[in-house]
Design a binder for this molecule. Structure first.
Ligand SMILES: *[C@@H]1O[C@H](CO)[C@@H](O)[C@H](O)[C@H]1NC(C)=O
Ligand SMILES: *[C@@H]1O[C@H](CO)[C@@H](O)[C@H](O)[C@H]1NC(C)=O
Ligand SMILES: *[C@@H]1O[C@H](CO)[C@@H](O)[C@H](O)[C@H]1NC(C)=O
Ligand SMILES: *[C@@H]1O[C@H](CO)[C@@H](O)[C@H](O)[C@H]1NC(C)=O
Ligand SMILES: *[C@@H]1O[C@H](CO)[C@@H](O)[C@H](O)[C@H]1NC(C)=O
Ligand SMILES: *[C@@H]1O[C@H](CO)[C@@H](O)[C@H](O)[C@H]1NC(C)=O
Ligand SMILES: *[C@@H]1O[C@H](CO)[C@@H](O)[C@H](O)[C@H]1NC(C)=O
Length: 915
């Protein structure tokens, strides 16, 4: 705040400003020497007014005879000449309704040039809708102050401005907000006119004026301004930063230089260090490279240095910056600075005067431990060291930094105990200690004087122990607005210090060991403000209050607790509700679409909800994920689906009956459909072929009838197809072989007959091992624990059907196959001799078929094979001796099989013994 104010105090017009206030505030004095308007000047002003458009009537006072009394006009007390026109937009809330109304529009009339004593002209923050800055302004040679900023001028800055040889302050800052919606570009491709201002101009702002056409000599052109104190060239499309400045002598008075948001990509140039009057230097959001030169030691008056967001500045943060005793504001964030900061901080601590107020070193590659000398920064208000690689613990000298308002140490590799001295920081508002590996205990004393604290973030690794040990009745001095604590032990009680936090607008208490009930009054207390309510991974008990309105809530995550009782009837515009892994019971509200109209992700799995799935869910138009697995929902699935974004439905492990709704075919984004372990009947609806983005289908464990659909080949993204444990019949359609991305196929436990299709070699995903991890990610979003599916990638399970015929030779082409289960069918023929081509096979189950012939030797060549079952077939001959399996049960039921591990000896062995 202070810093901004400083920027605005321009000595050149400060005097006139004071005069103005003085005149306005002393009516007696004004009337005593009341300047009477000069009529030619009055005429000039009226002509000027007529060419303007004044929607809000700002110029309505411009009527009477005495133009010196008109709004925005000031006359000289002695001569009565108009000396000042101030028509700056009275609203400075850019783009607000008031601002838009306040804008003057239209044209600027040349009559202004008739005001022969005008020294101050401010037309800023208006909307001239692309008007070119009139050349005749260069004729008002009496001007000392000219402000044309943010007024939607366009075109080339007129060189005639170079005739204003008395001009002290020129503001052409061009970022503007025109009602027309157009953004106008002001350019200056020739800067030679600046020389006309060389002995007067002290302040120049050309922010957002495009200087890319001004050539390589731009700096030379500006440096002609020998009196210049402030130069603002923010976002001017400057591309080159000259490495030398021949006439740098000229900028000796420069105090403020802003070259931010250009595309300057060179090292920091040394000529800067000749500008020994510099107080503020802004070089942020450029692409500067290299290290911080030691030349900064020359800039003894430097108060502000902003090199943030250059991304490429590197090397150590040099001690030389620490030696700058006037430095108040230092921002080096978002660069590549590395090494330790001890030298730099030590240098600061040695300064007699230590004025540093703001220090941001975040998002660099700084490392090492923080030294005790940190505590010497007693005036520091903002300290941001986040997103570096700092190690070690927080120095206890932190307690000396009594001015601190913000402390951010998040995303480092710091560890150890948090010092109690932290509790002394009475001014501290923001404390962020996320993403480090703290341990130890936090006592009342850690917080004892933190009466200003508003946001508090803290977490540690789950395997560290960080414990709050505060008295159960402790009422802390702070009222937080944001709390984010993860992996720290706060419970088992929901402590008083949390209960009294009623101003919260964001709550995250994840894995904090709270195993208590939470008073309903706490929820209702925060309901109106809270945006994030995350209480996941605790053991919180009890019910939730009903019928609350959470107008600002965005995300609700109460997952993995012991909540019970009914679904919370909360009115909210939240987009995400996670209640999974609790013990909620009872039905879902029939008007869930009214209570939670903006819901996108609804995770209710693993609870005890009952009743039917309300059809009003079809009216939740933004729904993306519906995860209701493992509840006790009954009745049939609603048949009204039509949401455009719905991509995951998991209602598995319930008690749903009736048919699979045909309207699922109207969900163009559907990717994951898990309906398994229910009591669904009827056929698989043909409409599902419309959902061409389906990746994961599990309809297993139902009572489905009819055939395996032949349109499956249309689902070119299909990764998993599980239809197991139903009553499907007919043959396996050949079209199944043409599903190019299929990695998991389970048709087990049905009544399917006929052969295994010969074309099975065409399952290219299993043949070539092309895994599509994105497809799996979709599943993970819906199921959150997709591990059980991960285990069966590249598997074919056709067991427990009536399949007949031989094992097709084509199966040997599926070289990424991990699991093959053909057990409990009527397969005949022999095991293919080249079975070792399945070199990644882990499980092979051919048990309970009619397979004959010898066990091929090559089976022993599959080193990955862990499970084998060949029992109850018609195999014969010796079990290959190289097969390492010792369990005889995997071979039993084959009368003609002999040799270890079966007790039955082969005839040759018996003969040998006899010999
Ligand atoms: C010009 O006017 C704008 C407001 O429209 C103000 O913010 C800026 O400080 C003024 N420039 C100078 C140099 O006074
Ligand atoms: C500005 O001054 C130059 C001479 O320095 C003159 O030629 C030119 O006409 C003047 N321009 C205006 C717009 O007054
Ligand atoms: C603690 O967990 C982190 C990741 O969560 C892991 O990197 C670290 O090795 C673990 N340390 C111990 C001792 O288990
Ligand atoms: C779940 O809640 C019911 C009451 O609705 C209760 O009887 C049961 O014990 C709870 N189960 C668990 C695991 O807490
Ligand atoms: C499943 O639903 C049927 C009615 O559809 C009902 O008869 C049965 O009791 C339910 N089973 C369970 C375990 O809730
Ligand atoms: C889906 O497919 C069926 C045919 O199977 C078709 O009649 C219907 O129009 C398709 N579209 C929708 C949105 O269901
Ligand atoms: C093999 O699959 C492709 C699609 O991946 C299909 O175009 C082709 O017809 C299939 N061939 C056989 C013999 O099924």
């Amino acid at each position: 705040m202070d810093l901004k104010l400083n920027l605005k105090l321009k000595p050149s017009f400060f005097f006139s400003f004071l005069t103005l206030i003085f005149l306005l505030k002393s009516p007696g004095l004004v009337s005593a020497s009341n300047p009477k308007c000069i009529s030619t000047e009055r005429e000039a002003l009226l002509t000027f007014k007529q060419s303007l458009t004044d929607v809000s009537g700002r110029l309505s006072s411009w009527t009477g005879p005495d133009c010196c009394n008109w709004n925005g006009i000031l006359c000289d007390a002695k001569t009565s000449h108009v000396v000042k026109i101030d028509l700056r937009n009275p609203s400075q809330v850019v783009n607000s309704d008031e601002y838009k109304r306040g804008c003057l529009r239209g044209k600027i009339h040349q009559s202004l040039t008739r005001l022969k004593f005008l020294s101050y002209l401010d037309l800023s923050s208006n909307d001239f809708n692309g008007l070119v800055i009139p050349e005749f302004i260069g004729q008002i040679v009496t001007l000392r102050y000219l402000n044309l900023s943010s007024s939607s001028f366009s075109g080339e800055v007129p060189a005639s401005l170079g005739n204003l040889s008395k001009l002290e302050s020129l503001d052409l800052y061009a970022e503007s907000f025109s009602d027309s919606g157009t953004t106008f570009a002001l350019t200056a491709s020739n800067l030679k006119w600046l020389s006309g201002l060389s002995s007067s101009l002290t302040y120049l702002d050309m922010g957002y004026v495009k200087l890319s056409g001004a050539g390589e000599t731009w700096l030379q052109d500006f440096s002609i301004l020998t009196k210049l104190k402030e130069l603002h060239l923010f976002n001017c499309e400057l591309k080159n930063l000259p490495s030398s400045l021949s006439s740098s002598a000229n900028l000796k008075l420069l105090e403020v230089l802003d070259l931010s948001e250009n595309s300057l990509s060179s090292p920091i140039p040394n000529w800067l260090f000749d500008l020994t009057s510099l107080r503020k230097l802004f070089l942020r959001w450029d692409f500067l490279q290299g290290t911080i030169p030691s030349g900064f030691k020359n800039l003894k008056l430097l108060e502000t240095l902003d090199l943030s967001n250059n991304l490429g500045l590197s090397g150590e943060v040099p001690a030389v910056l620490g030696e700058l005793s006037q430095l108040k504001y230092l921002d080096l964030s978002a660069n590549e600075f590395n090494g330790q900061i001890n030298g730099f901080l030590d240098a600061f601590s040695k300064n007699k005067v230590n004025s540093l107020v703001f220090l941001d070193l975040s998002s660099n590659k700084l490392a090492g431990t923080l030294p005790e000398s940190l505590g010497a920064l007693r005036n520091l208000q903002i300290l941001d060291l986040s997103s570096n690689s700092f190690t070690g613990s927080i120095p206890s000298s932190i307690g000396n930094m009594l001015s601190l308002k913000k402390l951010d140490l998040s995303f480092n590799a710091m560890n150890g105990k948090i010092p109690e001295s932290l509790g002394k920081l009475e001014q501290l508002v923001d404390l962020d200690l996320m993403a480090n590996t703290w341990e130890g205990v936090l006592l009342q004393s850690h917080f004892i004087n933190l009466r200003s604290l508003k946001t508090f973030r803290l977490n540690t690794e789950p395997n560290k122990s960080l414990v709050f040990k505060v008295p159960s009745t402790w009422v802390p001095p702070f009222r937080l607005e944001l709390i984010n604590i993860e992996n720290c032990q706060i419970g088992p009680k929901f402590p008083m210090w949390l209960q009294v936090q009623t101003k919260l607008n964001s709550v995250t208490l994840r894995n904090t060991g709270i195993a208590d009930t939470i008073p309903h009054s706490w929820f209702s207390g925060i309901a109106s403000e809270v945006t994030y309510l995350i209480l996941a991974n605790n053991r919180i008990k009890g019910t939730l209050p009903q019928n609350l309105a959470f107008p600002n809530l965005n995300t609700i995550d109460l997952s993995s607790n012991n909540f019970q009782g009914p679904f919370p009837l909360w009115t909210t515009k939240a987009t995400e509700l996670r209640l999974y892994e609790n013990n909620f019971s009872g039905p879902l509200p029939l008007n869930i679409n009214v209570l939670m109209p903006r819901m996108e992700k609804l995770y209710l799995f693993h609870n005890s909800f009952t009743g039917s799935i309300p059809s009003s869910l079809c009216e939740v138009s933004g729904l993306q994920i519906l995860s209701l697995r493992n509840n006790r929902f009954s009745g049939s699935l609603p048949n009204c689906w039509h949401q455009f974004m719905l991509y995951g439905i998991d209602v598995s492990e319930n008690n749903l009956s009736g048919e699979i709704p045909a309207s699922l075919g109207a969900l163009p984004s559907l990717s994951v459909l898990l309906l398994n372990q229910n009591a669904l009947q009827g056929k698989i609806p043909d409409t599902l072929q419309n959902c061409s983005g389906l990746t994961n289908i599990d309809l297993g464990g139902n009572k489905l009838t009819g055939k395996v659909p032949s349109w499956l080949s249309k689902l070119s993204s299909l990764f998993m197809l599980r239809l197991q444990s139903n009553s499907l019949d007919g043959q396996i359609p050949d079209s199944l072989c043409s599903v190019p991305n299929l990695h998991i196929l389970d048709l087990s436990g049905n009544k399917i007959s006929g052969p295994v299709p010969k074309c099975i070699n065409n399952l290219t995903a299993i043949a070539r091992g092309t895994t599509n991890s994105e497809v799996f990610q979709n599943l993970v979003f819906v199921v959150t624990r997709a591990r059980k599916y991960q285990e069966i990638v590249n598997s074919i399970n056709l067991s427990g059907n009536n399949l007949s015929g031989e094992i097709p030779a084509g199966i040997l082409d599926l070289s990424y196959l991990r699991i093959l289960d053909l057990s409990r069918n009527s397969m005949a023929g022999s095991i293919p001799g080249e079975i070792s081509k399945l070199g990644r096979l882990e499980t092979l189950d051919l048990s309970r078929n009619r397979i004959s012939g010898a066990i091929p030797q090559s089976l022993a060549g599959i080193s990955s094979l862990q499970k084998l079952n060949l029992s109850y077939n018609k195999l014969e001959g010796r079990i290959p001796q190289l097969l390492k399996f010792q369990d005889p049960s995997i071979y039993i039921g084959n009368e003609l099989l002999c040799g270890k591990p079966l007790p039955k000896k082969c005839p040759q062995d018996v003969n040998r013994r006899l010999l």
